[in-house]
Design a protein around this ligand. Structure first.
Ligand SMILES: Cc1cc2nc3c(=O)[nH]c(=O)nc-3n(C[C@H](O)[C@H](O)[C@H](O)COP(=O)(O)O)c2cc1C
Ligand SMILES: [Mn+2]
Length: 444
């Protein structure tokens, strides 16, 4: 699905606000977006210095995302989980199409400043593309990979890039760099949310092309790709903009600071460098951006919950649901719901959850009578069902996430809380209940 069709669908459902006043890409766009964070999607019809509109907030409200996939917010992660399971058994290959919409305009003398990119937070080092889908091919096997990476505009044909530990793109790059070769990529802005899901979904092994997950979300339709003009990696045919580029070997340049998903600034440091070779685009693209915050907590959370659910379910029985809590940046803390049938299973489920999603440094296991979407209910379980000396455990020196400032360059401590009731359950843990009454039957 085309991003513009997606926005039209959401507009028809009353979930989009258009900003008609011209806004400055530097700070003002983000300042405005912040006022709508978690609510409607915002389309900036006019941004200073550009002819193209910018959309922000597609992922900051789960109800809005659910609308895109014709479901509700509670079902959404399960729809993603089912799609990912189908993908493991039958992989649908993408196809390359003729005259792709993303190549209506082709520029072999690229100028990144023609694409509106906002400077978001007050101390950010400059304008960023914060939610583009990067495609690359494994330098040894040719398997395609899809992921999202922040990209700082440094010059008209140069970008700074962040490659976290453990990312498949980093693995590809490091093998290319060892051979002294650049790693070719395409940077795709404004894609079908199904492709966005496949780029973030945690659980696809490095040997598989995760675009197949997107096909499963789109009734098994092969994803349409474009043949690039200057690199041997395809773009997304329906993207609004495709930047053809390469990550340079043995080159590092300052990148940052950038206000991150953690709610803190990632500091400036020498990081990876991308040289742009061509920019292709729609005649009238709608540029997709985001505000790091709720939108990333949701997108990373929403797309990682199904991966964790699938992985943990294979290893431990009785798992009911997984939620990556926004209070922990949607990234660092998981609440898992499980009714263990045997002693010790909840602790194993916690360990499996940590392994399924390395950025986590906190996992809380609760029974199914606790609402994992309600932080107060989970806190109550911690306060009343957890005996700290036996139910809380920690693993020091484990790989976490380098953007979490509590870690030492990504190495930190994982903390597990088993708040499930003992087996067999004692009635001292039975929750108080009251008679259900229908207010319509009363005069008040
Ligand atoms: C909005 C957004 C921005 C992200 N930015 C980065 C980034 O700058 N660097 C990075 O390594 N991962 C980033 N990620 C996480 C990766 O895209 C994600 O973990 C992905 O699944 C990795 O793909 P892989 O499993 O193929 O390595 C970002 C995710 C989102 C949703
Ligand atoms: Mn991958």
């Amino acid at each position: 699905m085309d991003l513009k069709e997606v926005i039209k669908k959401l507009e028809d459902a009353g979930k989009v606000v258009h900003i008609k006043t011209e806004v400055d890409l530097k700070h003002e766009l983000a300042g405005f977006a912040r006022k709508f964070e978690g609510k409607q999607i915002v389309v900036f019809d006019k941004v200073k210095g550009s002819d193209f509109p910018v959309v922000c907030g597609l992922w900051w409200n789960r109800d809005n995302v659910a609308e895109v996939f014709d479901t509700n917010a509670k079902e959404l992660p399960f729809i993603f989980a089912e799609a990912a399971k189908r993908f493991e058994t039958s992989q649908i290959e993408p196809i390359v199409v003729e005259n792709p919409p993303c190549q209506e305009v082709i520029s072999l003398e690229p100028n990144l400043y023609e694409i509106p990119a906002p400077t978001l937070a007050l101390k950010d080092g400059g304008p960023y593309f914060s939610n583009c889908v990067v495609i690359a091919k494994d330098p040894d096997t040719g398997v395609r990979n899809t992921s999202i990476h922040r990209l700082q505009i440094k010059a008209k044909d140069r970008l700074g890039l962040l490659l976290d530990m453990g990312r498949h793109l980093r693995d590809y790059y490091e093998r290319a760099e060892k051979k002294g070769e650049p790693l070719e990529i395409t940077i795709n802005n404004g894609v079908d949310p199904a492709i966005y899901v496949s780029a973030i979904y945690a659980g696809t092994p490095i040997t598989m092309d995760e675009l197949g997950v997107a096909s499963e979300l789109r009734n098994k339709e092969p994803i349409k790709l474009s043949k690039s003009k200057t690199v041997n990696v395809e773009g997304i045919a329906e993207a609004q903009v495709v930047i053809e580029a390469e990550i340079l070997p043995e080159v590092r340049e300052p990148e940052g600071p950038f206000g991150e998903v953690s709610g803190y600034y990632a500091q400036e440091d020498n990081r990876w460098v991308v040289r742009v070779k061509a920019i292709t685009r729609r005649k009238d693209p709608l540029i997709h951006t985001l505000l790091p915050g709720k939108e990333v907590w949701n997108s990373v959370g929403l797309c990682s919950e199904p991966g964790i659910f699938n992985t943990v379910s294979k290893q431990v029985g009785g798992l009911k649901n997984v939620h990556l809590n926004h209070g922990t940046c949607g990234f660092y803390g998981a609440f898992i719901q499980i009714d263990p049938t045997r002693k010790g299973m909840a602790k194993n489920a916690i360990l499996s959850t940590f392994a399924a999603f390395p950025p986590l440094n906190m996992v809380v296991a609760v029974n199914s009578d606790v609402d994992i979407f309600d932080t107060e209910d989970v806190m109550r379980a911690i306060a009343t069902r957890c005996i700290p000396e036996k139910d809380i455990f920690m693993v020091t020196g484990s790989a976490c996430h380098e953007l979490n400032p509590s870690t030492d360059n990504g190495y930190g401590t994982k903390l597990g809380f088993d708040c499930t009731v003992p087996i067999p359950a004692s009635n001292k843990f039975e929750k108080v209940a009251f008679k259900e009454v229908d207010l319509n039957e009363y005069d008040f």
